[in-house]
Design a protein around this ligand. Structure first.
Ligand SMILES: [Zn+2]
Length: 282
């Protein structure tokens, strides 16, 4: 059996099992301070023997040091050595990677990307984040891809400044749920009606993302998850926008829905444990 820790910005979920069919999960543990949250995480694993554990973590991460990066908006967690902390508490090897790289590996093992070695997974919800697999390996490079912060061209007439605290109008600053809500003056993007201009505008931005990813990685698949991407009709609009933007130059990936749904985080962590493909410190 393996351990899984979905370390999210608002909640942690722990899991114990070998795959989607037998995983047992904890109740949701609020992300407060490392001390309090980790105490409850360790408690979940008491009496459960695990061969290895994976952590699919919010970022940015300092993967080579196994810790949470200094730029995370979660002040209490800046620099927290989460990989060592779990390794010491559970006495087993621990893999650390981003939540989205975990989810990408989970889709590869059990979801939409089975038998696919070249694909990109992107979730579009309260933020935009993605992970890429090339030749069966998760892409890490200097750090890890930050697909949500790529730059895109403006939709005609969109004068919203963007709400990314670092870049303003990067992709996430224009097309994630909170950006859409702020642009149109509503509490939640979901309140906007199905025929609101917000949706073709969002599809325009996500279509450009698909083109950028196709130009950079030539993936076979683009797997989309998250509440915004999975709205009815959105994937079709993204396909149309991507086709228009690419203008026939290079093949576009097949754009499909993520299959792991709300379990992407915890199953991603389990996948990291089982296949040790994460890039945290060794
Ligand atoms: Zn940004």
């Amino acid at each position: 059996m393996y351990g899984a820790i979905e370390a999210g910005g608002t909640k942690f979920i722990c899991g114990y099992g070998s795959g989607p069919s037998d995983i047992q999960v904890s109740t949701s543990i609020p992300t407060t301070t490392p001390k309090e949250t980790m105490r409850r995480v360790i408690e979940f694993f008491e009496g459960r023997k695990v061969k290895a554990t994976g952590i699919a973590c919010f970022g940015p991460l300092e993967l080579s040091k196994g810790r949470i990066g200094k730029l995370t908006p979660k002040l209490e967690w800046r620099g927290f050595p989460i990989q060592d902390a779990v390794e010491q508490a559970l006495g087993c090897p621990v893999s650390l990677d981003t939540d989205v790289n975990g989810a990408a590996l989970g889709e590869h093992l059990w979801g939409a990307a089975q038998q696919k070695d070249h694909f990109v997974y992107v979730t579009v919800g309260t933020g935009i984040g993605g992970g890429a697999m090339i030749h069966g390996q998760l892409v890490h490079g200097l750090l890890h891809p930050e697909i949500g912060h790529m730059r895109v061209r403006r939709f005609a007439g969109d004068s919203f400044a963007g709400n990314c605290p670092v870049h303003g109008d990067c992709l996430e600053g224009l097309a994630a749920g909170p950006a859409i809500a702020e642009r149109w003056g509503v509490a939640k993007a979901e309140e906007l009606s199905a025929n609101h201009l917000a949706w073709p505008m969002t599809a325009h931005y996500l279509g450009q993302m698909a083109v950028n990813l196709a130009c950079a990685y030539s993936p076979e698949l683009l797997i989309l998850g998250g509440g915004i991407a999975l709205r009815p009709g959105m994937i079709d609009m993204i396909r149309q926008s991507a086709k228009q933007e690419m203008n026939g130059y290079a093949p576009l990936p097949k754009i499909v829905k993520a299959k792991l749904g709300s379990r992407a985080g915890v199953l991603g962590a389990l996948a990291l444990a089982k296949f040790r493909k994460a890039s945290g410190k060794r």
